[in-house]
Design a protein around this ligand. Structure first.
Ligand code: ZN
Length: 244
């Protein structure tokens, strides 16, 4: 099975379309989305409609929860909070219903998926060694997939008491799943944060036992124009060109 892994689309339709076109060409049979479909960008309804059309299996992220008023935005920075308020006021009833029904975790015998970490699916960033250890302690499947950081990452826990293997994959990198537990973060589709503005995604090939990380250029100018026209904070448009 070839599965396209995406996360943090953040209401950026041009980035999502570019990723879906490439995933299609790569023969992806399923689409897994690790949350934060909305927030920051100006196209929440269009992005949700496109993900549903593509049959995406999605979990809830902190920005999805914020758009529903399920979590406080006190911990959001000013621009994120402004975008969360705009999103809450803008989304259609259909989008709201879809977001309301999202699970915090999703999975099968092979892979468990969530936005942050298995210890705290909504909020925790899997960026520190202790956070990774806490995540793996709760992982009961060989593989897990997360998002939230907007940075591609691959971590392997070879065995009990062994050091974690940490890979920061670049465009085109193929990483063998191997033995032990693994955790994959495909990076952010709609707002990459590793200094490369190209949209991130990954192709998990369960038969081949590897995951390939990809970057794809998209029409950043159109997304920026829509953010500006919507009256969202201009910094949310500017950062897309920087990949920050
Ligand atoms: Zn996000």
């Amino acid at each position: 099975m070839r599965i396209a892994l995406v996360s943090d689309v953040h209401a950026n339709l041009a980035a999502l379309e570019a990723v879906l076109a490439e995933a299609d060409r790569a023969g992806a049979e399923q689409l897994w989305c690790m949350g934060d479909m909305v927030g920051y960008g100006a196209e929440p309804d269009a992005v949700i409609a496109r993900l549903r059309e593509a049959g995406a299996q999605c979990v809830m992220g902190n920005h999805d929860a914020a758009a529903l008023g399920k979590i406080s935005i006190d911990d959001f920075n000013a621009n994120a909070a402004a975008a969360a308020r705009w999103t809450a006021e803008t989304i259609s009833p259909e989008t709201r219903d879809y977001l309301e029904a999202l699970p915090l975790t999703l999975g099968d015998d092979f892979a468990t998926r969530c936005h942050g970490t298995l210890a705290n699916p909504i909020w925790e960033y899997l960026v520190t060694y202790p956070a990774a250890l806490g995540h793996f302690a709760l992982q009961t499947t060989p593989c897990s997939v997360v998002g939230h950081t907007h940075v591609p990452l691959f971590i392997r826990k070879p065995g009990e008491g062994e050091e974690l293997d940490i890979v920061r994959p670049g465009d085109g990198d193929v990483v063998e799943l191997g033995a032990g537990l693994v955790c994959i973060n495909p990076g952010g589709v709609g707002q990459p944060r590793d200094g490369d503005p190209r949209a991130c995604w990954a192709l998990l090939d369960t038969a081949a036992g590897h995951v390939t990380f990809h970057r794809v250029p998209y029409d950043i100018a159109t997304t920026q124009r829509l953010i500006t026209e919507a009256g969202l904070p201009p910094q949310l448009a500017a950062r897309l060109a920087l990949g920050r």
